[in-house]
Design a protein around this ligand. Structure first.
Ligand code: MEV
Length: 438
C-alpha cells in the first residue's frame, strides 16, 4: 500500500529499504535483494557512496568506458566516459582515430571567469546607491578576506564586483555582479560563501550609511548564488585538414566537407535541429563531465544558455571551407574542476583523473570540449553519409539480444550474422527465433 511517511531520513538504511520494498514494490524479497546486490562489497566504499546524498539505498550503475587515441595539442589522451547510450563511446573512438590521422585536435582556453550574484531590491536614489557602493566596495572585499586568503595565495580570488541596475526588468531590482577566478576548483562553495558574506556586509553597511534615508537604508537581499551561465569561462576546440583528406565511402572530400558545413548551417538556422545537434555534442561532454565527478546539470544549463546567446537557440559547433581547408570547431562555456567536490571522494573519479594525467581544470576544459566536438563530428559524419541507424543499431544489438533473453551462444552467432545484415528490432527477433527453432 502506498503511504506517506514521517521521519524517513532518520530511519537506518535497513529500515528505509524495508519500508520502501514493503510499501512500494510488488515482490519485497526480490526488490530488497536487488538493492543489496548493487551494494559495493567493500563497506568502506559503500559508505562513501551512502554519504554523498540523503536516503541512499543502493548504487545505480552506469558503464564506465574509455575512448583512446585522442591527440590534443600534441599530447595523447585516453578519455574516460560514463554513459549508457550504446554508440557514444564507439563514435568518440572513431572520431579520435579519424582526426589522429589528420593531425589531431587543438584546443585553447578563451577565458576562465566564474560568476556569482547578490540579487537585491533598493528603491531609492540611484546616485546615492552608486556613492554607497563606491564606499562599501573595499569593505565588501575585506569582509571575505578569511574566505579568499587561500585562493589568493594560489593566484585566484575575486576578479571584480560590479553594481548593476536592473530597474528596467523589475522595479527596484539591483545586483552585485561578481566575477571570480577559482583555478582548479569548480568553485561553487567558494563563490557562494563570498556572496553570502557580501550580502551581509551590504545590508549591514547600508543600515549605517549616513546619506541614505531610513527607507533607502533597508536594502532587501533576495538571494546570493553563483550563476551557471559562464560565457567568459570559455574553451575552444578545433580540427582542420585539407578537404582532399576527407573522402568518405562513395563521396568526395569536397562533397563531404560541404555536407558537414550545410548540416551546421541547418542547425544554426532551425532550433529543432539545433537541439538534436547539440544533444549529440552533449553526449560527449556529459560523459566526461560525469566521469570526472563534475556537475553535469550545471554544464547542461550553462551550455544551452550559451547556445541561445544570439537570441535564438543555435549550433554549438561551426565549420567552414577556406582555400581548400576544412575547419570544424566548438566554443563551450565550462565551469568544471579537478579538485574539491567529488574529485577526492569518488574512487572512480580519482581513477579517471589519473587516466587523464591529473589535468588542471583548464586542461580538463580542453579535453571535454574535444569530446563534444568529436561526438558531433561522428554524428554528422554518419548523418550526411550512411545515416545514423546503421552504426547506432549495430551498437544497440547487444541490448536488444539481452532484452530478448538470447543465450551467450545465440548472441555470438547473431553478432556475426548482423555484421553484414541490417539491424532492426524485427530483423533481430526474426533471426533469433530462427536460430532457436533449429
Ligand atoms: C543521438 O544520441 C545523437 C544524434 O541525434 C546527434 C545528431 O543528430 O547530431 C545522433
Amino acid at each position: 500500500m502506498n503511504t506517506p511517511v514521517e521521519g524517513f531520513s532518520k530511519l537506518s538504511k535497513a529500515e528505509k529499504i524495508d519500508w520502501i520494498v514493503t510499501h512500494y514494490t510488488q515482490d519485497s524479497v526480490a526488490s530488497k535483494k536487488l538493492l543489496e546486490r548493487y551494494w559495493n562489497e567493500d563497506p568502506k566504499i559503500q559508505q562513501v557512496h551512502d554519504e554523498f546524498i540523503e536516503n541512499t539505498l543502493s548504487n545505480y550503475y552506469l558503464p564506465f568506458a574509455v575512448a583512446p587515441n585522442f591527440l590534443i595539442n600534441g599530447k595523447f589522451h585516453v578519455i574516460p566516459m560514463v554513459i549508457e547510450e550504446s554508440s557514444v563511446v564507439a563514435a568518440a573512438s572513431k572520431a579520435a582515430k579519424f582526426w589522429l590521422d589528420r593531425g589531431g585536435f587543438s584546443s585553447e582556453i578563451l577565458g576562465a571567469e566564474k560568476v556569482g550574484q547578490v540579487h537585491f531590491m533598493y528603491h531609492g536614489s540611484e546616485i546615492k546607491l552608486q556613492q554607497f557602493f563606491a564606499e562599501v566596495h573595499p569593505k565588501l572585499l575585506k569582509s571575505v578576506a578569511s574566505i579568499t586568503k587561500n585562493m589568493e595565495k594560489r593566484g585566484g580570488g575575486i576578479n571584480g564586483i560590479e553594481l548593476r541596475n536592473l530597474n528596467d526588468k523589475i522595479a527596484g531590482y539591483h545586483q552585485l555582479h561578481c566575477t571570480f577566478e577559482t583555478l582548479d576548483a569548480m568553485g561553487a562553495n567558494f563563490i557562494n560563501s563570498c556572496l553570502e558574506q557580501f550580502a551581509k556586509t551590504l545590508t549591514s553597511e547600508a543600515k549605517i550609511y549616513q546619506d541614505f534615508t531610513s527607507d533607502e537604508s533597508q536594502i532587501e537581499v533576495v538571494m546570493s548564488i553563483l550563476s551557471n551561465y559562464v560565457p567568459d569561462c570559455l574553451v575552444k576546440a578545433e580540427v582542420s585538414c585539407p578537404v582532399s583528406e576527407l573522402g568518405e565511402a562513395g563521396i568526395s572530400g569536397q562533397e563531404f566537407a560541404q555536407k558537414i558545413v550545410r548540416a551546421i548551417e541547418i542547425a544554426k538556422a532551425e532550433p529543432h535541429r539545433a537541439v538534436t545537434h547539440n544533444k549529440g555534442v552533449m553526449n560527449g561532454v556529459d560523459a566526461v563531465v560525469l566521469a570526472t565527478g563534475n556537475d553535469f546539470r550545471a554544464i547542461e544549463a550553462g551550455v544551452h544558455a550559451y547556445a541561445a546567446k544570439g537570441g535564438h537557440y543555435s549550433s554549438l559547433t561551426h565549420a567552414k571551407i577556406e582555400d581548400g581547408i576544412f575547419t570544424f570547431w566548438i566554443e563551450l562555456p565550462l565551469a568544471i574542476g579537478t579538485v574539491g567536490g567529488l574529485t577526492s571522494l569518488h574512487p572512480m573519479v580519482k581513477l579517471t583523473l589519473e587516466i587523464l594525467g591529473h589535468p588542471s581544470a583548464k586542461e580538463l576544459m580542453q579535453i571535454v570540449a574535444v569530446a563534444g566536438l568529436a561526438q558531433n563530428f561522428a554524428a554528422l559524419r554518419s548523418l550526411v553519409t550512411t545515416g545514423i541507424q546503421k552504426g547506432h543499431m549495430k551498437m544497440h544489438l547487444m541490448n536488444m539480444l539481452n532484452q530478448m533473453g538470447a543465450t551467450e551462444n545465440e548472441k555470438q552467432q547473431l553478432v556475426a550474422y548482423f555484421k553484414d545484415h541490417t539491424v532492426t528490432n524485427a530483423s533481430v527477433k526474426e533471426a533469433l527465433e530462427k536460430i532457436q527453432s533449429q
